[in-house]
Write a protein that binds this ligand. Structure first.
Ligand code: PNS
Length: 167
């Protein structure tokens, strides 16, 4: 019997964007199970709580039956061992992502040589998109409804107490 292969897609997801969803959809089509794992980093203040970030991701990925959402803290490679996974999924948007991602992947390989990082290239229409850009555009009153799922848009409005923006 073939053993089921689980991959882990880690990130801050603060909040999840349509770009993240695109990567999760493509990864979910390749593996039996995909764990979307939200980092709880006590040293870095996130905009949304860990519970909100997980809830937004869960809602946005509910159309993918083999995707689960959870959270982790500490070293990513330790978390992968705990999850019995050897595959880290990361998205690549542009060349500018590469240096950081390369460092992350090599560091993780140094820590755990049996764990592989696989990169999925984003769709061109998401190449400019990031959680920080979404928050900045929203903060200055710009339209972000096409960059994030509806649940995230709603929570952005709640979080920053802003009425529905006119399109
Ligand atoms: O969405 P992000 O913020 O780019 O995700 C970064 C993440 C969560 C993948 C990375 O910060 C991480 O794995 N943190 C856990 C701590 C760790 O394992 N660090 C060692 C690798 S440098």
């Amino acid at each position: 019997m073939r053993r089921s292969i689980k991959a882990v897609y880690p990130g801050s997801f603060d909040p999840i964007t349509n770009g993240h969803i695109y990567i999760a959809e493509r990864a979910a089509a390749l593996f039996d199970e995909l764990m979307v794992s939200v980092l709880l980093n006590p040293q870095k203040k996130a905009t949304f709580s860990i519970d909100d970030r997980q809830a937004m991701a869960r809602e946005a990925l509910s159309h993918l039956p083999n995707v689960k959402v959870n959270s982790f803290t500490g070293l990513l490679v330790d978390f992968l061992r705990q999850e019995h996974s050897r595959i880290i999924i990361r998205g690549l948007r542009a060349l500018s992502d590469f240096e950081y991602e390369f460092q992350l992947a090599l560091m993780n390989r140094q820590l755990a040589p049996d764990i592989e990082t696989l990169f999925i290239v984003t769709d061109a229409k998401y190449s400019y998109l990031s959680s920080s850009v979404v928050k900045e555009i929203f903060h200055f009153g710009g339209p972000v409804h096409e960059m994030v799922p509806p649940g995230v848009y709603r929570r952005l409005r709640e979080r920053f107490a802003r009425p529905t923006m006119q399109i």
